[in-house]
Design a protein around this ligand. Structure first.
Ligand code: 5BU
Length: 263
C-alpha cells in the first residue's frame, strides 16, 4: 500500500466523509496532527487537560467509562463546550464489538449516549458488516457529522489483527465511506485514491513499552509509515511530565514528519 503524498488541505475537497472533511480542515487550520488520549480517572483532570492542551490537538480521545465521578452533565457538557472553544473533535475509543442491534443501543443509550457528543468512535470488524450498519443507524437523529474508525491493526504485542483479518477489515470499511472514514492502524491501508484516514496509537518518544503489552514507535516511524494522526497518552501526561511542554513537542514532531512526507 502506498503512502499518500497529498496534503491534508488537498484532501478536504475530495474526501467522501463529511466528518473527515471537518477533521482535515481543523488539522490544516491548527497545523496539528496530534490526538491526545485523555486516559485519566477524574473529571477534573480530564477537563483541565482538555482546556490546557486544546490549542495543540486536532482530536481528544477518551475512555469515558473510566472516569470515577462521571455524569453526563459534569463531564460531557463541559467537554463539548471546550471542543467548540478550542476547535477539536472528540473521539470516544469505545471499541464496539457486538451485533448491530446491541451496538446501536450501546452507541445511543445508557448513561454515556456516545453518539450525542463523540464526533468519532471506533469498532472491531470481528462481528462483520452488521456492526457498521447498527452504528450508522444510531446516527440517524443526530444533526452533526459523525464518523467511524475500524480497528484494522493494534499496537499491542501479539495482536491478532494482522494479515487476512486486516485485509478483510479494509474491505468492510468500503461499505459505507460517508461514515467509515478510516482506521486505527499502524500502517497505511487501502488504495491511495480511497483516502482512508489512519489514526495510530502506540506512539511515544521516551518509552519502549508499558509492561502490559503496549509497544511504542517514534513519531517519525508512525508518520513516515503512513499515519495521518498520531495518538499519544502517557507520553504526554505520565507522572513527572509537563503536559503542555510535551504536547508542543509531539505536535511539532508530528507536523515536521508530515511536512517531510508530503514534500
Ligand atoms: P498510551 O498512554 O499512549 O499508551 O495510550 C494509548 C491509548 O490508545 C490508550 O487509550 C489505548 O486504549 C489506545 N489504544 C492503543 O494503545 N492501541 C491500540 O491498538 C488501540 C488503542 Br485500538
Amino acid at each position: 500500500s502506498s503512502i499518500t503524498p497529498k496534503s491534508y488541505e488537498d484532501r478536504i475537497a475530495t474526501h467522501p466523509s463529511p466528518l473527515a472533511r471537518r477533521l482535515l480542515k481543523i488539522m490544516t487550520d491548527k497545523k496539528t496532527n496530534l490526538c491526545v488520549s485523555l486516559d485519566v480517572d477524574t473529571k477534573d483532570e480530564l477537563l483541565r487537560l482538555a482546556d490546557t492542551l486544546g490549542p495543540y490537538v486536532c482530536v481528544f480521545k477518551t475512555h469515558v467509562d473510566t472516569i470515577e465521578d462521571y455524569t453526563y452533565e459534569s463531564v460531557i457538557v463541559p467537554l463539548v463546550e471546550l471542543s467548540k472553544r478550542h476547535n477539536f473533535l472528540i473521539f470516544e475509543d469505545r471499541k464496539f464489538a457486538d451485533i448491530g442491534s446491541t451496538v446501536k443501543s450501546q452507541y445511543t443509550s445508557g448513561i454515556f449516549k456516545i453518539v450525542q457528543w463523540a464526533h468519532i468512535t471506533n469498532a472491531h470488524a470481528l462481528p462483520g458488516p452488521g456492526i457498521i450498519d447498527g452504528l450508522y443507524s444510531g446516527t440517524k437523529d443526530v444533526n452533526e457529522e459523525r464518523g467511524l474508525l475500524l480497528l484494522a491493526e493494534m499496537s499491542s504485542a501479539g495482536s491478532l489483527a494482522t494479515g487476512d483479518y486486516t485485509d478483510k477489515t479494509v474491505d468492510l470499511a468500503r461499505r459505507n465511506r460517508a461514515f467509515t472514514f478510516g482506521f486505527i492502524a499502524q500502517n497505511r491501508l487501502g488504495a491511495e485514491d480511497e483516502d482512508f484516514i489512519i489514526m495510530t496509537p502506540g506512539v511515544g518518544l521516551d518509552d519502549k513499552g508499558d509492561g502490559l503489552g503496549q509497544q511504542y514507535r517514534t513519531v517519525d516511524d508512525a508518520v513516515s509509515g503512513g499515519s495521518d494522526i498520531i495518538i499519544v497518552g502517557r507520553g504526554i501526561f505520565a507522572k513527572g511530565r509537563d503536559p503542555v511542554a510535551e504536547s508542543k513537542r509531539y505536535r511539532e514532531a508530528g507536523w515536521k514528519a508530515y511536512t517531510a512526507r508530503v514534500k
